[in-house]
Design a protein around this ligand. Structure first.
Ligand code: SF4
Length: 245
């Protein structure tokens, strides 16, 4: 049966709110690199995916032009995805360590993946107004993903934008700073909004992984914490308190 979350993702796929991005994606239907010339690029906004009952929500920045924008599934077919899916599998959130196509049987358990914006931006750099255009989809997902108690934004931009979205949602955001391995708890005076743990990580981009800024042990440290915090409740932690990594 189609759920509200399914309908939201269908709306995302049809979205045309950002003219610059719509025009950019159109180019991929005809201009493809040689190595992907046999691919019929997805070249539309990407839906989020995963376990709708998941307790962990991972927030990427934007689809990669020749990764998710090609395959139709976030992080599938790019180097960041190799790191992300490998770690998800290692820690029991995914049924296999990689995904190369949209319908290849890859599935997530207890985890859902979304992004700050759903269309691949030129140079991987979305404009502020494009981030704002896309924000309502993320805010709606926060409403619909009822079991989420841990959010893991990948990289600084996703971290900043997640905080902004949580503030708009009614959470009180304590003084927090970006730093790999840090974690925070955010709360709202609204009793209907449960406390959420936030785990900070560098993005598994090639720029970070090839330079050693992010190593596998560092990345796995985040997933160990995800496991630990996802299974526990955040209700007993002090507001805004920083947890030990
Ligand atoms: S980035 Fe988001 S708001 Fe903009 S066109 Fe794509 S899906 Fe729509």
């Amino acid at each position: 049966m189609e759920t509200e979350l399914d309908r939201l993702q269908e709306t995302v796929i049809r979205c045309r709110k950002c003219p610059r991005l719509v025009a950019y994606l159109k180019e991929f239907k005809t201009h493809k690199p040689r190595r992907f010339r046999d691919w019929d690029y997805w070249a539309r906004p990407l839906p989020s995916f995963g376990d709708p009952q998941g307790r962990v929500l991972i927030v990427g920045l934007a689809p990669a032009a020749h990764g998710g924008n090609r395959t139709g599934r976030m992080f599938t077919g790019d180097r960041s995805g190799e790191w992300l899916f490998g770690a998800l599998h290692e820690f029991g959130f995914a049924n296999r360590p990689n995904s190369s196509r949209r319908d290849d049987g890859f599935a997530l358990t207890d985890c859902y993946i979304t992004a700050t914006i759903r269309c691949a931006p030129p140079g991987n750099k979305p404009l502020p107004e494009e981030i704002e255009n896309c924000r309502p989809y993320f805010l709606k997902e926060l409403d619909l993903l009822k079991n989420v108690n841990v959010i893991v934004p990948l990289g600084q931009i996703a971290f900043t934008q997640t905080l902004r979205s949580l503030r708009l949602k009614g959470y009180e955001i304590p003084a927090v700073s970006f730093g790999h391995g840090r974690s925070y708890v955010v709360r709202s005076p609204n009793p209907e909004l449960k406390a959420l743990s936030l785990i900070v990580t560098y993005h598994p981009s090639q720029q970070n992984t090839q330079t050693g800024r992010l190593t596998r042990p560092m990345f796995h440290q985040v997933f160990r914490k995800m496991r630990e915090l996802g299974q526990g409740s955040t209700t007993n932690k002090a507001e805004g308190r920083r947890c030990r990594a």
